[in-house]
Every structure is written in structure tokens, then in C-alpha cells.
Design a protein around this ligand. Sequence first.
Ligand code: PXP
Length: 240
Amino acid sequence: MLTLGVNIDHVATIRQARKTVEPDPVAAAVLAELGGADGITTHLREDRRHIQDRDVRSLRETVRTHLNLEMAATDEMVAIALEVKPDYVTLVPEKREEVTTEGGLDIAGQRSHLAEVVDRLQGAGIPVSLFIDAEPAQIEASAKTGARFIELHTGRYAEAQTEAQQHKECQVLAQGCAQARDLGLRVNAGHGLTYQNVRPVACLEGMEELNIGHTIVARAVLVGLERAVREMKQAMRGEL
Ligand code: PXP
């Protein structure tokens, strides 16, 4: 059955804009689970621009589904993962200047380092997923690291400007998914998926989990705004 991992980082982005305590991404995770999320995904970035270390620890104690920790393959992050013990880790490339994760990992170019990180995490009972572009060489190299999962980067699919281009990118994802499954890898996908473009990816044979964040938090802001304003008027009248 296809599952949904809800990425709650953008809730922390709003909090960090004021460096205050609200909105709390841990509360968001609880509500996401109430709404049917099968898992909670969070990215502890090296620059701590949204999620903070204590959020990850609180999420570990609060999340009742599964916790997917996205992180760079650095010693600092591996130490945190070994301490927090998320249900699985997704290794992602990270550049300080990027707005969001821009491309997949170059597995082929750093296979021995990644294999060592995979080994340390999986040796401690934490399955590892590698966030990669759906390219045959990257998928092959991923299998050789021993990682249990890959997450196919859906950014190029999401950015396709025409229906034909989108169809072509969806075929690339389908082929990548099939190749990975043949190599014994389990397959997730994510990045840039929206209410409008999710369905074809959700229909891909063998796909296990979609990790989706921005579009859900964006919609939550809008569908919740009317009630939030009404409640502020109640607070002003002393009715809340
Ligand atoms: N998967 C990975 C590996 C990501 O880095 C991100 C973005 O943090 C997502 C999924 C979710 O992407 P979006 O916020 O565009 O839905």
C-alpha cells in the first residue's frame, strides 16, 4: 500500500522567521497523523534554518507512525541519528546556499563514504534511504552501498512545463523504480509534488512512500486562515 510521509519542516520555517515558539512542528506532526499521515519526515539541516535539534528529539518521543530523518552524510548528523534513532534515515545532499534540496546525491562519486555511513546506521538498526535522481548509474551505485531504500527525486517531473515533458519524466521515474526493485531496493519518492501532479507518481508500480511537505503546509495556511482570523476577532472580544 502506498503511504504518505508528511514533511513538517515548513512549519518550523514559519516559526524561525520570528525565532519564537509557534507554530510548533511537533504539534503539526500530531495533527498530520490525525489527518492520516503514515509517517513524519523532517530534515535537520546543518545550518538549522528550520528544524532544531530539540524538535527532532521531541518528534522521536511524539510521533506514533514512523519518523524519517533527512540529513547530510556527515559525522555530526550520523551521531545525532544514532542517538535519536529515527525509524529510517534519508541521506540527502546539502548546500548552504540552496533554498531547498536541489538535486539527488551523487552516489557514484562518493560510494565508499556513503557505504560506510549506510553501514554505521543500518548496523545500529536504522534503515537508510538515498535521495537520488532516477538515473540508471545512480540506482546501480545505490544498490552497491547496501542501502535498503532509495528516494527518487521528483523535482524534474514537478517542474515539467508541458504535459509531454511531464509524461516523459514520469516514464523516467517508472523505469528508475523498476530498475531499483529489480536490484532489491525499496522505493520512495518526493520533492515538488502537489495536489495537481501527485496522482501519476502515486500510480507507479512498486512505489512505497511519497514524502510531501511544501504543498501541504501551503494549503494548510490557506484553508486555516479564515478560522484563524475569526478566532482573533473572538479573542479581541474576550470570547476565546
Ligand atoms: N524528499 C526530500 C528528500 C526532500 O529534501 C524534500 C524537501 O525537504 C521533500 C521530499 C519534500 O519536498 P516538498 O517540500 O517539495 O514536498
